[in-house]
Design a protein around this ligand. Structure first.
Ligand SMILES: Cc1cc2nc3c(=O)[nH]c(=O)nc-3n(C[C@H](O)[C@H](O)[C@H](O)COP(=O)(O)OP(=O)(O)OC[C@H]3O[C@@H](n4cnc5c(N)ncnc54)[C@H](O)[C@@H]3O)c2cc1C
Length: 449
């Protein structure tokens, strides 16, 4: 294993990408083998793109299925980014499907092409295909511009999931009712196998996992305000052990009587495995769910799905570590610091921690105390400092970072970065510009792009 490379439970990336490509190509291969290719070039291309698009649509469910064997080594955020990229490709492929069918008429006879399109979109026999097409044309742009629309995350997530299931179902019906290879068993078999995997992925997240969580639920043992708009919530399993995590990882949390609802949120664990069975999270009041975090009473039931994430030192043996956190992005970084202290890490540790105001700085006393046990240098940054502030001023930008990163072994150290996406992206860019290799930077974006 190369220094700096991670081994977490999960398939090697090639074992994820390979089967993904096979799953997408299999129905296409079956379609090519199963029919005499007698239509024109554009018609053949149209059918092939639609089959590939449908196969990718099925695979979207597996990508968002929170399977650890898929995300363990790649990282769930990378998987989600791929899910989003694949969605755009599916949309492109399926938009092209009817357009390519009329393409030969489009140039010479646009009016004929328009009539053909209108027939396609109104024909009874093509209704399932049209519905799937329209659903995707709605679902993908809504997902891309979700933040700008007046809908809650939960409402979007439910409608996105149900809309995706409906689009896949109608698409499957269309392919098996009018598709040119509908009578060819390998084609039908490959599409049905993909749809079964998609159904399993949905059942896994919304049925099997909650069932398992119900048996292994937690209770809130403490919930206290630790800084401005910031809460520390501590959970303990009701019976048995808590999840086996590595410092820096995150989990999806749900609170309430039942785990059978979609309102779970990802939060990073700020404690170390040593403090198990208790696990703690630092949660910032941000939106409709987290604004109510302070009202969660001790004794409330909690359900934990995890651990996930690759922001961890497991499997890595760096000589020096640089931890860079923005705001509540400090939560996993605190877990990693505590881990380094517990392991009596001998290397040099540099913490760069940015906040807007002083009252948001978390666990300052604990950080100070860590200096006794670790070779730790701390750079606190405030963008709105009080008059008596003697620390660094500004946001986590290339300039402010440059002032903190004043060591000679810059490129050899391991950088763990965590916080809001804009900050993390900026820091990653600044580090790369300083010549730090990509493999030495591990980042956690507190939002799935
Ligand atoms: C890997 C990861 C680790 C995180 N760790 C922490 C942490 O330790 N502490 C902390 O305070 N915050 C953390 N966050 C951010 C936290 O998940 C969101 O702030 C929280 O879910 C917002 O929910 P809300 O309903 O209060 O806000 P909203 O205003 O509803 O949402 C704000 C944004 O948060 C995201 N979001 C909302 N709900 C969900 C959800 N159910 N699943 C995924 N994303 C959602 C959406 O992008 C949304 O646009 C983390 C996020 C990620 C991706």
């Amino acid at each position: 294993m190369r220094d700096g490379q991670l081994r977490l439970p999960g398939f090697h990336p090639l074992l994820v990408i390979g089967p993904y490509v096979i799953c997408v190509v299999a129905p296409l291969g079956a379609a090519v083998l199963g029919e005499t290719r007698s239509r024109g070039f554009y018609q053949e291309l149209s059918m092939d793109l639609a089959v590939a698009g449908l196969a990718m649509l099925f695979m979207q469910f597996a990508l968002s299925g929170r399977f650890k064997f898929l995300s363990g080594n790649i990282g769930i955020d990378t998987l989600m980014r791929f899910h989003q990229l694949a969605a755009r490709m599916v949309l492109g492929l399926l938009i092209a499907h009817p357009l390519l069918l009329v393409a030969p008429a489009l140039w010479g006879h646009p009016a004929v092409a328009a009539r053909m399109l209108s027939t396609m979109f109104t024909a009874r026999v093509l209704r399932s295909g049209t519905t799937a097409w329209l659903l995707l044309v709605l679902l993908v742009p809504i997902a891309i511009y979700r933040d700008k629309l007046p809908i809650s995350y939960e409402a979007w997530r439910s409608s996105h999931g149900l809309g995706g299931i409906a689009a896949a179902g109608f698409g499957l019906h269309h392919a098996l009712s009018v598709g040119a290879s509908r009578a060819y068993p390998p084609f039908v078999g490959s599409l049905l196998a993909l749809s079964a995997f998609a159904i399993f992925s949905v059942l896994f997240v919304y049925g099997l996992k909650p069932l398992w969580q119900l048996r292994r639920h937690y209770r809130v043992v403490s919930n206290r305000k630790v800084a401005e708009r910031m809460w520390e919530i501590v959970l303990e399993p009701r019976n048995g052990a808590s999840i086996a995590f590595t410092s820096g990882q995150f989990a999806w949390l749900k609170f309430g009587r039942s785990p059978f609802h979609v309102s779970d949120h990802p939060f990073s664990i700020c404690t170390t495995p040593n403090s198990r069975p208790r696990i703690a999270f630092l949660i910032k009041e941000a939106g409709d769910f987290t604004r109510r975090i302070g009202t969660i009473a001790v004794g409330t039931c909690a359900f934990v799905d995890g651990p996930f994430g690759t922001l961890t030192l497991k499997g890595r043996s760096p000589k020096g570590v640089v931890l860079i956190a923005g705001g509540v992005g400090f939560s996993p970084i605190l877990g990693i610091l505590r881990q380094l202290r517990a392991e009596r890490f001998k290397g040099s540790v540099c913490l760069i921690y940015g906040n807007r105001v002083r009252t948001q700085v978390l666990f300052q006393d604990e950080i100070e105390a860590m200096k006794q046990e670790l070779d730790l240098s701390v750079h606190l940054l405030l963008s709105e400092p009080p008059a008596d502030w003697s620390g660094n001023v500004g946001e986590l930008t290339a300039e402010t970072l440059a002032r903190c990163l004043d060591f000679s072994d810059l490129a050899e150290r391991l950088y763990l970065v965590s916080g809001p996406p804009a900050m993390v992206k900026g820091v990653e860019k600044a580090l790369r510009a300083r010549g730090i290799p990509r493999r030495n930077i591990i980042a956690e974006h507190f939002k799935f792009a």
